[in-house]
Design a protein around this ligand. Sequence first.
Ligand code: GLN
Length: 202
Amino acid sequence: MSSSPLVGVLALQGDVREHIHSLERAGARALAVGNVEVLLTVVGLVIPGGESTTMSKLAISDGLLEPLRAARIAGLPMYGSCAGMIMLADRVNDARHDQETIGGIDMTVRRNAFGRQVDSFEAALPFAALGEPDFPAVFIRAPWVESVADDVEVLARIQRGDGESTIVAVRQGPLLATAFHPELTGDTRVHEMFVEMVREHA
Ligand code: GLN
């Protein structure tokens, strides 16, 4: 088991560089993954934020969708933020009809769920597994989680304007997903949590 595991960031589209930087600060070695050969060298994979419909199209045209699904089924730890959360969902509401996901987390997410008025916002998010203080969570045209199976661990919920709360961070086995973008803040606790999951799995 390596104390500084090699973690990839899927580099089809999205904020790859920011995740690489956060992973390095969280104690991993990190590199961009743009093809199957590199995918096979990593012991963990981050799916960044961006645009999930574009990411899905590029994964198919670059021949990466099936290798990604195979890696996930083989147990490769993966962490998806925002569009990456959508990529790890078994079911997507408001998806394009031809949108494909890697899947693996038994949940239903809704794309662009927070609506136009609150397109992008930052919130201090209570996240018990990360301890204090609240996590500075940046949401950008974010999805939310509408439902999860019993064996999905809910890590964080956000209070909505209407008083309801919505799930925005989950874990199922070696898969972690957040609706927000921790790579855009100086706070590396989510990446540290993922690097720890990778270490446990190695
Ligand atoms: N709205 C985007 C999508 O559906 C996700 C936005 C993001 O990753 N910041 O893919």
